[in-house]
Design a protein around this ligand. Structure first.
Ligand SMILES: Nc1nc2c(c(=O)[nH]1)N[C@H]1C(S)=C(S)[C@@H](COP(=O)(O)O)O[C@H]1N2
Ligand SMILES: [Mo]
Length: 204
């Protein structure tokens, strides 16, 4: 695909599916495109009106406007993503702000987080999976503004867990002292969702 081949934010030769086989978790197949998976309507959020909040059990509740967010350190994140419906997109990249930067100033006191999206989607993660260079709030995909259907203007990106944990149209992270299931976790998906351990559904 020409648009993939010439995409920015990714250096070097694009590797073939065979060369990438060691990066494919069990039961996943190599997907060249970027499928859209959304439960419900796609919200329309104007970047100038977008805000992101960290609240709940934190030392300081924080909120960033899009202008304040743009002033934060921006990183390019090369990664592979794995959807529970079995497609994996390998060797892609996103751009955004590390949650280490965002959570650092908030001083989380609880060990669990609920990601909350514009439109009502929720998904739960341990705070430990959002820190240590493992999670970002991203506004770009392969050097271009994140398309609306993929969560633009901004989504959570947690590439080491199944992609349902990467909440699109992210509005807030709520820090909690106990774990609570989010939208898909209440509907049969695994509570944690490690693709390398094939934690697809409750009981896996
Ligand atoms: N707000 C919101 N975020 C969401 C979803 C959703 O329905 N709403 N779907 C999840 C699921 S199941 C997957 S696989 C990925 C899909 O992201 P994509 O559409 O960019 O491929 O987003 C996740 N984040
Ligand atoms: Mo998914």
């Amino acid at each position: 695909m020409a648009s993939n081949f010439f995409s920015r934010g990714f250096t070097g030769r694009r590797r073939s599916p065979e060369e990438l086989a060691d990066r494919l978790p069990p039961g996943q197949y190599y997907e060249r495109g970027f499928p859209v998976l959304t439960a419900g309507p796609t919200p329309r959020i104007d970047w100038t009106a977008w805000k992101f909040r960290i609240d709940g059990m934190v030392g300081t509740e924080l909120e960033w406007t899009s202008a304040e967010f743009e002033a934060l350190p921006f990183e390019t994140v090369p990664c592979d993503i794995h959807c529970v419906t079995k497609w994996s997109k390998l060797g892609t990249s996103f751009g955004g702000v590390s949650l280490d930067t965002l959570l650092g100033d908030a001083q989380p006191a609880g060990a669990y987080a609920m990601a909350m999206s514009y439109g009502g989607y929720t998904t739960n993660l341990p705070v430990a999976d959002l820190t240590g260079g493992k999670a970002w709030i991203v506004t770009e995909h392969e050097g271009e503004p994140l398309p609306r259907e993929h969560g633009g203007p901004a989504r959570l990106l947690v590439p080491h867990l199944y992609f349902w944990k990467s909440a699109k149209w992210i509005a807030a992270l709520r820090i909690m002292d106990r774990d609570e299931p989010g939208f898909w976790e209440q509907n049969g998906y695994h509570n944690y969702g490690d693709p390398w351990r094939e934690q697809r559904y409750w009981g896996d």
